[in-house]
Design a protein around this ligand. Structure first.
Ligand code: NDP
Ligand code: MG
Ligand code: MG
Length: 341
């Protein structure tokens, strides 16, 4: 069974002797910095010259330095800039300032797993990855709760890397909920698979196809939107509470019977074979290579796919509909939030 750590398994003393540098002040960066600071940890922020995030961090009373200076000062460096820029920032501004005994932390194993970053001897490499968006990590902490996290150690040069990772997770509030031990390989591969096959890729495509089939058959787009997108949250909430079983218990018998007979017809065994192909592209580095090469070229494929997604008719219908409903007022705030644009 997976090993899960709670508050009592972690000792903040292991991190209170440390100087922590949080590199990046975006979705995860702001949450890590503020939660650790409020847990009594010595935190500074590393940002590029002219960074847009600088004012936000300073408004919270945090000290902001250049990335190089923050790394120089600190002996625990958490890298929270976007995955596709980490290798570049690491090479130019982090690696030259690492010393023996330092610890390099990540919130996702992508760059270590696929070899874009290789830490020098004498430096611990560990991961504390909250299983939720940064804004939730901060909100839950302030409410006295925590978002569960994953912890992993890639290189244990000090012999105390796991203790340090657990102390970090405690400062973040994660061990209030539970920190599950894994490896960089397992975290990276399952995280990419989950978001591609099910959570983001699979779900988005499923919803778009559902919307297309209904509207192409002449049904009103507003009705289609409610049936295939809006209600999704209500269904998923039930799954989180009590699994697929509770969801099926709560819906009508009509819906439950339809689930059994039509689910496997829509998501046929062929889809499982497609998922296996996606997993194999993740495991052998094909996906990572394609993503990083596109990013290095200025992200032409990424930008094209993004604008194609944004112009799907379901977005227009959704925007108009959400305006009408006061219970959903904040839903279009995402351009201001965690999504980097
Ligand atoms: P964000 O896109 O929110 O990070 C943006 C921050 O990085 C900003 O402060 C930005 O500065 C800074 N930045 C961007 N480019 C550079 C650069 N070249 N040099 C210095 N700073 C730079 O990242 P996330 O928080 O989404 O992701 C960080 C890590 O956390 C990733 O490894 C991700 O996989 C992981 N993660 C993210 C989750 C999430 O909720 N988003 C969940 C779990 C893990 P500026 O304002 O100037 O642009
Ligand atoms: Mg992910
Ligand atoms: Mg219905």
């Amino acid at each position: 069974a997976a090993k899960i750590f709670y508050n009592d398994d972690a000792d903040l003393a292991n991190i209170s002797e440390r100087s922590v540098a949080i590199i990046g002040y975006g979705s995860q960066g702001h949450a890590h910095a503020l939660n650790l600071r409020d847990s009594g940890v010595d935190v500074r922020i590393g940002l590029a010259e002219g960074s847009k995030s600088r004012a936000k961090a300073e408004a919270e009373g945090l000290r902001v330095l250049s990335v190089a200076d923050a790394v120089e000062e600190a002996d625990l460096i958490m890298i929270l800039v976007p995955d596709q820029v980490q290798a570049e920032v690491y090479k130019n501004e982090i690696a030259p300032h690492l010393n023996e005994g330092d610890a390099l932390f990540f919130a996702h194993g992508f760059n270590i797993r696929f070899g874009f970053i290789e830490a020098p001897a004498g430096v611990d490499v560990a991961m504390v990855a909250p299983k939720g968006p940064g804004h939730t990590v901060r909100r839950e902490f302030e409410a006295g709760r925590g978002v569960p996290a994953i912890v992993a150690v890639e290189k244990n040069e000090s012999g105390k890397a796991l203790e340090l990772a657990l102390a970090y997770a405690k400062g973040l509030g994660a061990t209030r909920a539970g920190a599950i031990e894994t490896t960089f390989t397992e975290e990276t591969e399952t995280d990419l698979f989950g978001e591609q096959a099910v959570l983001c890729g699979g779900t988005s495509q499923l919803v778009q196809y559902g919307f297309e089939v209904l509207t192409e058959a002449g049904y009103q787009p507003e009705i289609a939107y409610f049936e295939v997108l809006h209600e999704l949250k209500l269904i998923v909430d039930l799954m989180i509470e009590g699994g697929i079983a509770k969801q099926r218990w709560s819906i009508s018998d009509t819906a439950e019977y339809g689930d059994y007979v039509s689910g496997p017809r829509v998501i046929s065994p062929e889809v499982k074979e497609n998922m296996k192909a996606v997993l194999s592209d993740i495991q052998d580095g094909t996906f990572a290579k394609r993503f990083m090469e596109d990013q290095a070229a200025g992200a032409p494929e990424f930008k094209e796919l993004r604008s194609k997604g944004e112009s799907h008719p379901i977005e227009t219908t959704g925007r108009e509909l959400r305006k009408l409903f006061s219970w959903n007022k904040v839903s279009d705030d995402y351009t201001e939030g965690s999504v980097a644009r």
